[in-house]
Write a protein that binds this ligand. Structure first.
Ligand code: FO1
Length: 335
């Protein structure tokens, strides 16, 4: 019927495959992004990735979360660590140690090619957005992977015994001493890229991956205008809790939530995101906290959130998207 025909110039709501934007950190978030990439057409999936972990090491620019997302989506990530490349070798790290460098940050031989290319492109004044686009294209990643900003932001950990750069604290010192605070150096001058803002504006679903709220999602949320964009979005905003039964599956999320938010639970995650969150996906083992999250005005989906294998990623991505689609944005639910 002519009057029902879609106008080619007006973006039409996509019933089967909503335009989806996922905010993402490293390993845990990348697993959900991988599941999403298998069920959404690539032009309907944008992943906005934390760059607060970026740093220089061995003279090279490293962007660990961006690379983790790219490698995971390309099916190339090391299945044991979640970061780096599968079946990579370590001849350069061995040679560095012989020369007296303690090589505390491990870069595999093939992974080094990525850092060499990124560093050369940065020195040629390409933006992180363009560099990520090139890497994604060359690795065969079809979804739109975007660094959160083109401005340099560096996560700094306050330990009570002084501040430490993120990777020094995280990798070299094994997350010790415990974090007493986190700040994002350079954040005052950092806006999301136009590409990231446009993707959020056009999104039909906005997801927050099960990544560390302070280390991975915090820097993205701290960008100029980002939380306001989430508050004003017409799309529902749904997070997947990185905390299952009071524990983080990987990394220091649980410890940091306990130390900085008073408890390591999906309820603490809900509180951190409560200014803009419409729904939270929690693990079935956390069913006892369902009502507590709901009473914050945040809808809850209980499901299995642990992603041990590829089918788990697909199942969680499918369930999360279906849940998000049931949530019309209704601010009146808020207490
Ligand atoms: N994490 C480690 O715990 N040890 C490492 O030696 C290490 C090297 C590494 C190299 C490339 C890369 O893309 C990631 C790497 N990661 C390593 C992970 C990295 O520290 C991430 O920032 C964290 O996983 C937080 O997202």
């Amino acid at each position: 019927v002519a009057s029902h025909a879609a106008d080619a110039n007006v973006p039409q709501p996509s019933v089967a495959a909503p335009r989806t934007v996922a905010l993402c950190g490293g390993v845990g978030g990348a697993k959900l992004a991988h599941g999403l990439a298998h069920i959404l057409p690539p032009e309907h999936l944008t992943i906005i990735v934390n760059t607060g972990d970026d740093f220089r090491q061995y003279g090279l620019h490293i962007s660990p979360d961006v690379d983790t997302v790219l490698y995971t989506l390309a099916g190339l990530a090391d299945p044991d660590t979640g970061w780096g490349l599968a079946r990579d070798t370590d001849r350069v790290m061995t040679a560095l140690r012989i020369l007296g460098n303690d090589a505390w940050f491990h870069l595999g031989d093939r992974d080094l090619a990525t850092h060499l290319m990124r560093t050369a492109w940065i020195e040629a004044d390409l933006t992180p957005t363009e560099i990520t686009r090139r890497l994604g294209e060359r690795l065969g990643v079809r979804a739109n992977v975007l660094p959160m900003t083109d401005v340099s932001v560096s996560t700094v950990i306050d330990t009570g015994e002084g501040e430490l750069p993120f990777q020094t604290w995280f990798v070299r010192q094994g997350c010790t001493p415990p974090a007493t605070g986190v700040r994002y150096a350079g954040i005052e001058a950092a806006a999301p890229t136009l590409e990231a803002s446009d993707a959020l504006r056009c999104a039909e679903v906005i997801l927050i991956c099960p990544s560390n709220p302070y280390l991975s999602i915090g820097p993205i949320l701290a960008l100029q205008g980002l939380t306001e964009q989430l508050q004003d979005a017409t799309a529902p905003v749904v997070a997947v809790s990185p905390i299952v039964g009071g524990k983080a599956l990987k990394g220091p999320s649980a410890r940091m939530l306990a130390d900085l938010a008073g408890e390591a639970s999906c309820r603490a995650v809900a509180r951190l995101y409560s200014d803009f969150l419409d729904g939270l996906v929690i693990d079935r083992t956390d069913a006892d906290l369902h009502d507590a999250v709901d009473s914050l005005g945040i809808a809850v989906l209980e499901t299995d959130t642990v992603m041990n294998n590829h089918p788990d990623r697909l199942r969680l991505a499918t369930a999360t998207l279906a849940f998000a689609r049931t949530l019309a944005r209704d601010r009146r639910r808020r207490p």
